[in-house]
Design a protein around this ligand. Sequence first.
Ligand SMILES: Nc1ncnc2c1ncn2[C@@H]1O[C@H](COP(=O)(O)OP(=O)(O)OP(=O)(O)O)[C@@H](O)[C@H]1O
Length: 362
Amino acid sequence: MASLVLKDIRKAYGEVKVLHGINLEIEKGEFVVFVGPSGCGKSTLLRMIAGLEDITSGEMMIDGQIVNEVPPSKRGIAMVFQSYALYPHMSVYDNMAFGMRIAGESKTEIDRRVRAAASILQLETYLDRLPKALSGGQRQRVAIGRAICRDPKVFLFDEPLSNLDAALRVATRIEIAKLSEQMADTTMIYVTHDQVEAMTLADRIVVLSAGRIEQVGAPLELYERPANLFVAQFIGSPAMNILPATVVEGGSSTRIALRDKSVISVPIATDAAEAGKACSFGVRPEDLTIAADGLSLFEGTVSLVEALGEVTMLYVDGPIEDQPVVVKLPGIASISKGDRLRFAAKPDKLHLFDAAGQSYKR
Ligand SMILES: Nc1ncnc2c1ncn2[C@@H]1O[C@H](COP(=O)(O)OP(=O)(O)OP(=O)(O)O)[C@@H](O)[C@H]1O
């Protein structure tokens, strides 16, 4: 049975419509990540699941029960915020025990759960400390520990790592990945801006834009088969190169013409009737290589080289004026500004989108 079901969920603040009908089923034990540009409604949706925001219309079910009118404390959810929200005057132990004391749990059960959570998060030696005597990463682990103690059916995370510095983010991200393995029956929903968090933590990613779901899928599914231009450019960094083009001839393989009139054959099927229509050709920076003789997609002049050590980024003035093509080559490439080069990509790495931005790949 699905752990969480959202049916045509809508949210409006007065006249301002923020979510326009969200349909989603999340299985028990799944780790689902919501991503999308700022203001797309990720946090609002998470807060509605938590019960911190009213549902304007639609139906929300947790474990088969409609929860639209159920208060947050009765939903079986726990939420971890960006700001930790710990009680400053209480020890780590008391912060974790607080919710259970309010709920009237026995002392022995409280102690068992606090120690179990502290052990999972390696907080055993900090139980007597006050939050102010902890680092940001440790505080966030306490906030996570407090949520674990509630033994929630659904665990919600609202950008829990965004206040941490880069190294701590990585360490805490790994903790969260381990946690989700250890709590295999607990459904986790996680909001983030960070692509790496989304790609590494999620069983499935939900891409939102302007209050609508653009695509739901496993991380690599979204990366390899984005359903539309929005997802193609949102997932992956640097973003996929998108070049405007025109379909010359449809068929089992499609011939397209770029703006400079060069013609490319893309092994993606389109209808013969597509001929003459506008389309967008897509290729990821990391899928481009320097072409061997004869087999190039396009030619261009390198306008900027960024040597980062592990990769070399090239910005290439190619087939489209004022729209440099970004190329990401592995390692250190001996290429200089001004070099004129031809670039290729494996045929199965090419993407093609129709005039409405939908992928032709099925
Ligand atoms: N109380 C409110 N009244 C009116 N509009 C609101 C209110 N809360 C949020 N909004 C609007 O709802 C939209 C979605 O906000 P939300 O915080 O869910 O976005 P988000 O995707 O989480 O963004 P971010 O990544 O910046 O946190 C925004 O346009 C925001 O301005």
